[in-house]
Design a protein around this ligand. Structure first.
Ligand code: DQA
Length: 145
């Protein structure tokens, strides 16, 4: 029997505002629209996706802890926390679940503070700059892990 891979996609602060927020940088799609595309892609790969968003650092950490034993891969867009949350980094390291960091924008082509990720070193890899397609690429990466 083919076993379904379980993936949790965690979206950090302000990503609930996609579709209205800095459209020139983040595009016109809402997070809900991205979630629909992600689900369609996940089905092709026999992946069961849980897609969540929170504006709270502690909640992200709780979700990472709860992923232990429940999910095979974490995909995370930590948003601004990418650049300074040692607590999220430590949580990812602690649970030992393969994690993929993603960004809509190319964080390396923007303000200098965005090119530093404290999360990336504890991840399998980082996908950045492809808009909502970063999420689709991440599903494909998760399928291959
Ligand atoms: C982001 C990039 C971050 O620097 C920023 O704080 C975000 C979104 C992205 O997806 O491009 O909120 O993670």
């Amino acid at each position: 029997m083919l076993v379904m891979k379980k993936v949790i996609i965690i979206n950090g602060p302000n990503l609930n505002l996609l579709g209205t927020r800095e459209k020139d940088i983040y595009g016109m799609e809402t997070l809900e629209e991205i979630a629909k595309k992600v689900n369609a892609e996940a089905q092709k790969h026999n992946i069961d996706v849980s897609f969540i968003q929170t504006n709270h650092e502690g909640e992200i950490i709780d979700k990472i802890h709860e992923a232990k034993g429940n999910f095979d891969v974490i995909i995370i867009n930590p948003a601004a926390y990418t650049h300074y949350s040692i607590a999220i980094r430590d949580a990812i390291k602690a649970v030992e679940i393969p994690t993929i960091e993603i960004h809509l924008s190319n964080v390396h082509a923007r303000e200098e503070f965005r090119s530093k990720s404290v999360i990336a070193p504890v991840c399998v890899g980082q996908i950045s700059g492809f808009g909502s397609f970063s999420y689709i690429l991440a599903i494909n990466a998760a399928a291959s892990i």
